[in-house]
Design a protein around this ligand. Structure first.
Ligand code: ZN
Length: 212
C-alpha cells in the first residue's frame, strides 16, 4: 500500500517537474507595438525605457506626423526597432475612395523610402478598419497586417496607469502581439510591466525580427 502511494507520489512529482521544464524551455515572445507616433520627446522616453530592458518594438507611425520628425525616425530605426505604416492622416480608410486609400498608404511608403531609405514592411489600419481592397493593396506593397492578441485600451488622452497595467498583466501564449499607443500613461504602465513580463520569461522582438 505504502509502496503504491510512494510510487504514485513519485510519478506525480516527476510529471510536475516535466511540465515545469517544458515551460522554461519554450521561448515566449512579446511583440510590443505602439501606434500614432512619432511623438517627439515622449517617443524619446519610450526609446530610453526600451534600451533599459533590451526591448525591440514596432512603431506604427502616421506619415503627416513623421514628416516633421525625420531624425527621430532615423534614431528609432538605428536602435533596431521597426516602423510600420499606420496611414498618412489616420482617417477611417474604409470610408475613403480607392484613390484616397492609395494616397494614404503610398505617400507613407514614399516618405520613408526617400528620406530614410527604409521600406516599411508592416501595416496597421487606423481604427483597425480594413476591407478586401485595402488588404490587397497592403499585400501588393509588400506589407503584412499582423493580428493583435492583447490590447492596452490606452488610446484616450487620459487613462489611469493602473488600468493599462491591469489589462496587460495577465498575458497568455508564446507569441503575444500587444497594441499600445504613444501616450504618457502607457509609458508609465510599461515601467511596471516590462520587468514583470521579463520575470514571466518573455523576450521582446520587433515584428520583422522573425523574417529571414
Ligand atoms: Zn491609430
Amino acid at each position: 500500500m505504502y509502496r503504491t502511494i510512494i510510487l504514485a507520489l513519485g510519478l506525480f512529482m516527476y510529471a510536475q517537474l516535466g511540465v515545469a521544464q517544458l515551460q522554461i524551455n519554450k521561448p515566449k515572445t512579446i511583440y510590443l507595438t505602439l501606434d500614432d507616433g512619432p511623438s517627439g520627446s515622449l517617443t524619446e522616453q519610450f526609446l530610453d525605457l526600451f534600451d533599459q530592458y533590451a526591448v525591440k518594438a514596432t512603431f506604427y507611425h502616421m506619415g503627416k506626423k513623421a514628416t516633421h520628425q525625420i531624425s527621430l525616425c532615423k534614431k528609432i530605426i538605428s536602435k533596431g526597432h521597426e516602423i510600420g505604416n499606420h496611414s498618412w492622416t489616420h482617417r477611417k480608410l474604409t470610408e475613403l475612395s480607392e484613390a484616397e486609400v492609395r494616397e494614404e498608404l503610398i505617400s507613407f511608403q514614399d516618405l520613408y523610402m526617400q528620406q530614410l531609405n527604409y521600406q516599411p514592411a508592416t501595416f496597421r489600419a487606423p481604427f483597425l478598419k480594413t476591407n478586401a481592397f485595402i488588404d490587397g493593396l497592403v499585400d501588393s506593397l509588400g506589407m503584412t497586417n499582423h493580428k493583435i492578441n492583447a490590447y492596452a485600451r490606452d488610446a484616450k488622452p487620459k487613462v489611469e496607469v493602473e488600468i493599462v497595467v491591469n489589462h496587460l498583466s495577465d498575458l497568455n501564449g508564446e507569441k503575444v502581439v500587444i497594441l499600445c499607443h504613444e501616450r504618457p500613461h502607457t509609458l508609465n504602465a510599461l515601467k511596471s510591466l516590462l520587468p514583470m513580463w521579463k520575470d514571466m520569461g518573455y523576450e521582446f522582438k520587433a515584428l520583422g525580427d522573425d523574417r529571414q
